[in-house]
Design a binder for this molecule. Sequence first.
Ligand code: SAM
Ligand code: SF4
Length: 385
Amino acid sequence: MQKFTVTIPLSLYIHIPWCVRKCPYCDFNSHESRNGIPEDLYVDALLKDLNEQLPRIWGRRLVSIFFGGGTPSLFSAQAIDKILTGVNTLMNIGPDIEITLEANPGTVDESRFIGFRQAGVNRLSLGIQSLQDEKLQRLGRIHHRDHALRAIDAAQKAGFDNMNLDLMHGLPGQSIADALHDLKDALAWNTPHLSWYQLTIEPNTVFYSKPPRLPEDETLWDIQEEGKKIIAEQGLEQYEVSAYAKSGKECVHNLNYWEFGDYLGIGAGAHSKITDVDKQVITRHWQMRTPKDYLDESKAFVAKETILSEQDVIFEFMLNALRLTNGVPLNLFTQRTGLETVVLEPILTQAKAKKLLVEDPTLLKPTELGRRFLNDLMGMFLIKQ
Ligand SMILES: C[S@@+](CC[C@H](N)C(=O)[O-])C[C@H]1O[C@@H](n2cnc3c(N)ncnc32)[C@H](O)[C@@H]1O
Ligand code: SF4
């Protein structure tokens, strides 16, 4: 029986589902904006969606807001301002919570960034991916190196001292030297946060049906190991599988996911995880996936809803928490899942015997070996019903 005794932090995710062009590696819920974007209709729908979902989170205070995509920077500053003003009137927002917006360098300039900032956005996440034109072209990006450099410069000039750069590695035809050069080039901008993703080939993408030639495993390993050293030299500490930050600049929003906090998602295909303390259950629900269905007034916003089983809760908690380099305190498990830690004990004993988890009885923290074989470690918590 689950039992929740402390308040669980709550984040708001706002999904903007359009992009100028679909990238061949991307499996996000993003759609090409060939016939323009119904910005006004979508802003109204988002606020209606939020209004309808309020009873799920009455009185709770937000710790972060995240505009993700798709490409949120395709929206005008006025639209972002209208959304944030609406959120502010409907929800309890502290004066200085983190408000992030994802931006594609091919869609921005300094005046747009200034507008976003005036609307209340205080953190930008720039989808740089690479600073080499040949690689950007291979990734099907709409931007070039120059756009990326201009976007970083414009973001800094607009006063965004809290910023993330998304960079990918393990790209088609990429050598170790290429990848490390790209990394150094991006880090020269003194970013306080870096998301450094290894390219993965996802089902239902162009790269899946026409796979590019990727670097050998040995090269990928060397890129990772050497790259981590370069990032550390720049004063950024790894705190999650792909996330690196200067002290105090970790992403509040993503940390809340990894620490199994609650989040409400609005917008096409957004999903939510909410702890219902009255009913003592954790629920998940998903909004209509396509912009067409989401904007169809004859349809409900929520497409699907489910209550997590005890097995789901255990697995999902571990799946997230073990991504964190320093893990989490063991008692967070009880706070966030409502379950006693005794349910974990047999698996913790096995994982510690295999040297995948540290021995500290107050922590759930992967060892270096555990981080290397993270999927195996996570799989141990997949309890069959
Ligand atoms: C929603 S996108 C970010 C914003 C914007 N849409 C863009 O691409 O510029 C999130 C990030 O995930 C990363 N990403 C997406 N697909 C990936 C894949 N298949 N492998 C590795 N990283 C990926 C990219 O770095 C991307 O910037
Ligand atoms: S711009 Fe970003 S969200 Fe859009 S298709 Fe490319 S990677 Fe995906």
